[in-house]
Design a protein around this ligand. Structure first.
Ligand code: NAI
Ligand code: MG
Length: 337
């Protein structure tokens, strides 16, 4: 049975890494059909709209999208397209795996951490940000809800069970932010009781930063609120060698958008040297999400094997002399085998 997904190639290096990714998905033979949609600068130029309604309709219809990076023009009052997409589809879970790969500049080789970040509330509310008339006092609010905390913590535990993970760490600052972080922590403790097979622990966010840098192998799944998750997931990406290997999954009840964490990389766009792996790893997560877990695992293994054995084909950011195309082709050959 074939499944159709929305495909948004995006701006800058987006079309290059998307072409490589789709070639690999075709080689994997997972029966996917692609419904191409436009967003970002390319859509602004063609249709006068950064995020055309047709693109939103396609995501809503297919419920799953694979998305390249989008450039939000600076100035002109444009809101980030990524933030708009997240709000429009209520993509409350931002899932960011950080896994060690061979042949990177990372100082660790045994990291496998998934950060599950709440994506819709916490400290990132659009409303409630005020500055006093004299400009002397600025304030913003942090709002966590029981509903928001419950759904993100439950997502983390359900994901842990499904993926056979052993431990969930709830990261908080409830010792100081007693109400907002306290609510999140209480909900995490309650829900943890429903999953006795998963080890649960809690950790204060500043200590977590230190522990991640000193002893990252103690972490498995991290669940946390919006601001802490934003920071900690970038820290984790840094632990495994940076942006070229960091996928970001945005999951909601009614839609899911899979993308690379990095942006459109205008400095290398059109040169054919962008690393396609972050988008490929997002595609592997998408295959898991679509119930094709074996295919997702095979794709991750092919990336790993290529990085170990096909050093000539890998892109310059990983120390190779290859191109987006040669890297993609080498991975495609391995998933076929
Ligand atoms: P960036 O992630 O595009 O680039 C940062 C640095 O990493 C650059 O030196 C770039 O060459 C390198 N890099 C990024 N991806 C790479 C890859 N796959 N292979 C090899 N090198 C890679 O961040 P920057 O420059 O801050 O943002 C550029 C544009 O991207 C901005 O317009 C921003 O709004 C947008 N952006 C979009 C995102 C999205 O759609 N999810 C996320 C982040 C930024
Ligand atoms: Mg961030």
């Amino acid at each position: 049975m074939s499944k159709t997904i929305a495909v948004i190639p995006g701006d800058g290096i987006g079309p290059e890494i998307m072409t490589a990714t789709l070639r690999v998905l075709d080689a994997l033979d997972c029966g996917l059909e692609y419904d191409f949609a436009e967003a970002g600068m390319i859509a602004l130029d063609k249709h006068g709209d950064l995020l055309p309604k047709d693109t939103l309709d396609k995501i809503a219809r297919h419920k799953v999208a694979l998305k390249g990076p989008l450039t939000t023009p600076i100035g002109g009052g444009f809101t980030s397209i990524n933030v708009t997409l997240r709000r429009h589809f209520d993509l409350y879970a931002n899932v960011r795996p950080a896994i060690s790969f061979p042949g990177t500049k990372s100082r660790y080789d045994n990291i496998d951490i998934i950060t599950v970040r709440e994506n819709t509330e916490g400290a990132y509310l659009a409303e409630g940000q005020t500055v006093s008339e004299d400009g002397e006092v600025a304030q913003s609010i942090i709002r966590n809800t029981r509903k928001g905390s419950t759904r993100i913590v439950r997502y983390a535990f359900e994901m842990a069970v499904k993926k056979g993970r052993k431990k969930v760490t709830a990261v908080h600052k409830a010792n100081i932010m007693k109400t907002s972080s306290g609510l999140f922590l209480n909900v995490a403790r309650e829900i943890a009781k429903e999953y006795p097979q998963i080890e649960f622990n809690e950790m204060i966010v500043d200590n977590t930063c230190m522990q991640l840098v000193m002893k990252p192998e103690q972490f498995d799944v991290i669940v946390t609120t919006n601001l802490f998750g934003d920071i900690l997931s970038d820290l984790c990406a840094g632990l495994v060698g940076g942006l070229g290997l960091a996928p970001g999954d945005n999951i909601g009840e009614h839609a899911a958008i899979f993308e690379a964490v990095h942006g459109s990389a205008p400095d290398i766009a059109g040169k054919g040297i962008a690393n396609p792996c972050a988008l490929l790893l997002a595609a592997a997560d998408m295959l898991d999400h679509l119930g094709m877990v074996e295919k997702g695992t095979k794709l991750r293994q092919a990336i790993r094997d290529t990085m170990t054995n096909d050093r000539d084909s890998v892109t310059p950011d990983l120390g190779g002399k290859g191109s987006t195309e040669s890297f993609g082709e080498a991975i495609a050959r391995r998933v076929k085998g």
